[in-house]
Design a protein around this ligand. Structure first.
Ligand code: FAD
Ligand code: SF4
Length: 351
């Protein structure tokens, strides 16, 4: 039986594992954390339909139960390519072999404390969209002093579209995440005032525009085109922000009870050793290079090594699922062609 080692057990890894296993391959998922699901474990409700993230996670985990060897708390120490496929040395002196390798190691969240001028990790009432998602999950939306925030600001593009932060790309999901979170805040705190400070709004997906309209028309959330230059903490722990309103070409100052930084996705740096061992190339933006971004997006430059999900760039969950289904076909074709070419070689040997 042909075997596949999937490194990473997030949305991409789980969905690909389920489909490859259903196709009759032997599948091992290597996940470094103590549970599968990746970042989905950190989200409360999903855009655009606000479905509980736990529901999607449970479905993915449930499907991935059958016939898959799930190795949690496991790290790849070394990978070698050989004539038959790959040999993977894992932690605790374990070893597995595989005929193909699928990289599903996902993305890293931008560390907002790197933008010191925004005050994350310095001022108590500056939080990230990830912190807010976890506060929704706990059901507690309060300032650090335990008050209900009444004036809340969101800053778009934190660590994305930012050459200085090393991430010139757009993270794609943070505009709509911000809109979804602003609506949820307004529903929980109806007398709050909410301001979104953006450079551009990228509502690219189906039903995203409707959510954006709902935010403005139904919830009176205010969208201001502007760039945050600095945030300061006042004596009462509120946060004062300085913004350049780029439509009115005027500077603006505002006091907020809570400032939310919409952090984006960046390439995972934790897989550099694996990439080095396999000689897999990255693109200029740091995400993995696709052999052909139109025709074979899940192939890497190395035969037998495939990539899926956000390891090749920002994606929504729906896009990640589609990508995972597509990669299963690429892998099946590769493994079948390999078998066919071996049979052909043997035939010519006997002639
Ligand atoms: C703030 C925010 C909110 C979002 N909200 C939504 C939403 O509401 N709706 C939506 O459609 N999308 C949302 N997304 C996007 C969504 O999170 C991604 O589409 C999804 O997580 C991609 O899955 P993935 O498997 O590619 O990566 P990940 O979720 O990053 O999973 C990667 C997995 O690989 C593991 N891993 C990494 N390195 C190794 C290694 N070396 N060895 C072993 N395992 C490893 C990790 O532990 C993890 O389990 C959001 C993104 C952000 C940033
Ligand atoms: S999705 Fe929006 S907030 Fe995120 S990087 Fe792109 S433009 Fe900025």
């Amino acid at each position: 039986m042909k075997s596949i080692a999937i490194i990473g057990g997030g949305v991409a890894g789980l969905e690909a594992a389920t489909n490859l296993s259903r196709m009759g391959f032997s599948v091992t998922v290597i996940e470094e954390k103590d549970q599968p699901g990746g970042k989905l474990n950190q989200w409360h409700a999903l855009f655009p339909n606000r479905r509980p993230a736990a529901e999607v996670l449970a479905s993915l985990k449930n499907h991935a139960k059958l016939g898959i060897n799930m190795m949690l708390n496991t790290r790849v120490e070394n990978i070698e390519k050989n004539d038959d496929g790959f040999a993977l040395a894992l932690n605790h002196n374990r070893m597995i072999t595989a005929h193909a390798v699928l990289l599903a190691t996902g993305f890293e969240l931008f560390d907002a404390s790197k933008k010191e001028e925004y005050g994350y990790g310095i001022y108590d009432n500056v939080i990230t969209s990830v912190d807010l998602e976890q506060a929704f999950e706990k059901g507690i939306i309060k300032t650090a002093e335990g008050k209900i925030p009444k004036k809340i600001g969101f800053i778009h593009c934190v660590g994305s579209r930012d050459e200085k932060a090393g991430n010139p790309h757009c993270s794609k999901v943070c505009c709509i995440t911000g809109v979804k979170q602003a609506i949820e805040l307004k529903e929980r705190i109806p007398d709050s005032e909410i301001f979104m400070f953006y450079m551009d709004l990228r509502m690219f997906g189906r039903h995203f525009e409707e959510l954006y309209k709902e935010a403005q028309v139904k919830h009176h959330i205010q969208f201001i085109r502007g760039r945050l230059s600095e945030a300061f903490e006042n004596q009462d722990n509120t946060v004062m922000i300085k913004i350049e309103d780029t439509l009115l070409a005027k500077p603006l100052k505002m006091n907020l009870d809570l400032l939310v930084l919409l952090v984006g996705m960046q390439p995972s740096r934790g897989i550099d050793k694996i990439l080095h061992d396999l000689e897999v190339e990255k693109d200029a933006d740091g995400f993995l290079k696709q052999a052909d971004s139109q025709l074979t997006p899940s192939k890497t430059n190395v035969p037998g090594v495939f990539a899926v999900g956000t390891v090749t760039g920002p994606k929504t969950i729906g896009e990640t699922i589609s990508d995972a289904r597509a990669v299963t076909l690429e892998i099946a074709n590769y493994l079948h062609n390999k078998v066919a070419s071996k049979i052909l070689k043997n035939e010519s040997y006997f002639i």
